[in-house]
Design a protein around this ligand. Structure first.
Ligand code: GAL
Length: 368
């Protein structure tokens, strides 16, 4: 019997027609469509789980990719900033577009949110005390020299978020692990240079601990060193306690999660949109010293992080012990066509996470 006949019989026997839709699954690197059939536009993003719903926030990247003159030396292509998009889902496979929850400003080029500026790596956390949804993102000038953090708040997860402004974090405060040498002004001492005006903050993420304390991780000191910074109880500002971590390692794209009392960070090296080798680190005290464990990726193309860069790690709610590592596969010359690569984290007996490429995969205890 021919293959096609066998297939039809198999489908009919299973009560399916040959055109039955495929079961929901994650298909890393393919175009992911929302429930309206449009490609999902939420890059460099993060996910908040609230009241049984997942909210995925990301960079809205639309229009022509161009190379601004100011970035020609290092090849930093970009699109006009579209703002922060939001999608919602109850199963992590089907995403409904909730619209742009923090739009860019097309009218005022002097505004922080001007589309000529940079709005990257948005993350939203919920503050149980104030009952506000708090959005932080990397706010920058077109040449990435402003290096600031922007903050916005909303009463609902789907916005609209009210923009509160931007700043350089931790102005006038030394980190808790500062040394006498760190305080000495020198040409290449960016920490001391930026002491008064606040520290440079580019790639960033937020992490809320079990005790409700929230932290910002940001690439600082001209991207050479990361800072982990406690936020105030309302999550709106730095609380004035921070530490330098991964000193001189040029780590960016931080994604932080906690498992069995240990904090883990997956990050990347610093090569713009080009992929490099991912790095994993672990610690029991969030302020460090963090211990680097090398590349968590295994198998083919592991040295290039499967041509991706880390964005976020999601602990899957109600699906005990599963974590999704979310990556962006940037397309530097057509940024809106950058793709999403989500992979399940696997854990060794000692608890160390690793990743393997999957063409298609589903959550383990999927009830559907
Ligand atoms: C990467 C960074 C991205 C974006 C890009 C711009 O290093 O992780 O978020 O800023 O550079 O070229």
């Amino acid at each position: 019997m021919k293959r096609i006949q066998l297939l039809i019989i198999a489908c009919l026997a299973g009560g399916l027609t040959p055109s039955a839709p495929a079961a929901p699954a994650f298909v890393p690197g393919e175009v992911w469509r929302d429930t309206a059939g449009e490609p999902i536009n939420a890059h460099g993003g993060g996910i908040l789980f609230h009241d049984g719903v997942y909210y995925w926030y990301g960079e809205l990247k639309e229009g022509r990719t161009y190379l601004p003159k100011v970035n020609q030396a290092w090849g930093g292509t970009r699109v006009l900033a579209g703002g922060v998009s939001c999608y919602s889902s109850t199963n992590l496979y089907d995403w409904k577009n909730e619209g742009v929850v923090l739009p860019s400003d097309a009218k005022n080029p002097a505004a922080d949110l001007a589309c000529e500026n940079v709005i990257e790596r948005p993350k939203v956390i919920y503050n149980a005390k104030t009952r506000k949804f708090v959005l932080w993102f990397h706010q920058d000038s077109p040449d990435y020299q402003a290096a600031r953090s922007g903050v916005a708040v909303s009463d609902t997860p789907t916005g609209p978020f009210k923009y509160l402004g931007s700043f350089r974090p931790d102005a006038g405060v030394w980190p808790i692990n500062v040394t006498a040498k760190d305080k000495k002004p020198a040409k290449t001492n960016f920490l001391a240079r930026d002491f008064n005006g606040g520290q440079m903050a580019r790639d960033m993420t937020l992490f809320v601990d079990d005790d409700g304390k929230a932290y910002q991780f940001y690439a600082s000191e001209e991207n050479s060193t990361m800072h982990v910074s406690l936020l105030t109880d309302d999550y709106l500002k730095p609380a004035g306690k921070y530490a330098r971590i991964f000193i001189g390692r040029s780590t960016e794209a931080p994604a932080v999660f906690k498992r069995d009392g240990k904090y883990y960070l997956i990050g990347s090296g610093c090569t713009g949109w080009d992929p490099n080798t991912a790095r994993l680190a672990v610690v029991t005290n969030i302020f460090g010293p963090w211990i680097e464990l090398g590349n968590p990726c295994q198998g083919k193309d592991a040295a290039k992080t499967y041509f991706c860069q880390s964005a976020f790690v999601l602990p899957v709610a109600e699906k005990s012990g599963q974590f999704i590592a979310m990556f962006d596969r940037w397309n530097g010359w057509n940024l809106p066509d950058s793709r999403y690569v989500w992979l399940p984290l696997e854990f060794s007996a000692e608890g160390n996470p690793s990743l393997h490429w999957q063409n298609r995969w589903t959550l383990k205890t999927d009830k559907r």
